[in-house]
Design a protein around this ligand. Structure first.
Ligand SMILES: [Zn+2]
Length: 167
């Protein structure tokens, strides 16, 4: 049995000090969606890849507004979040065929939110045996793919209307 070290987790721990600005607002403002992993811009929310995925396909859904508290979100914001969660589940199922999902929010720094000022819903595909979020080899396949591969796989699935003729 071979274990794969998740070096990006260590990087994440090192970077747990507050960063200047907000990664969500920055990604939304930026023009290079592929570089930031921004998969879909909705009317009130957007979907982007987590830079430090627990498993391949780990993404996040966040409001366009810089808002810390989900309870302060408006009805249309909340409704679209639920719609995008559904879309994300369908897309991830199609791309990776996971056996389950974790979907949830860490609200507040004490609850483990990496970016506490801008709430976001994590969607994490899960497989039996990916124990403690660390995929390990147990005779079955394991894959850790780079973010750009994940992006190129998922982006067209979030934009089915644009699939023909464009990338
Ligand atoms: Zn923000």
């Amino acid at each position: 049995m071979r274990y794969i070290s998740a070096t990006w987790r260590a990087d994440y721990v090192r970077q747990a000090v507050p960063v200047k600005g907000c990664i969500f607002c920055q990604a939304l403002k930026g023009r290079d969606d592929r570089a930031t992993g921004l998969l879909l811009r909705g009317r009130r929310n957007f979907v982007m890849l987590n830079r430090y995925p627990y498993t391949p396909g780990h993404l996040m859904i966040a409001p366009r507004r810089h808002l810390a508290d989900f309870a302060a979100a408006g009805p249309a914001e909340r409704a679209e979040l639920a719609e995008l969660l559904r879309t994300a589940l369908l897309v991830l199922r199609r791309a990776y065929g996971p056996q389950g999902f974790n979907a949830g929010m860490n609200l507040g720094a004490s609850a483990g939110a990496g970016v506490a000022g801008h709430y976001h819903l994590h969607v994490v595909p899960r497989w039996t045996g990916d124990s403690n979020f660390m995929p390990l080899v147990g005779g079955t396949r394991v894959f850790i793919e780079d973010l750009d591969t994940t992006y190129r796989k998922l982006r067209p699935l979030f934009h089915p209307e644009r699939r023909r003729g464009s990338r």
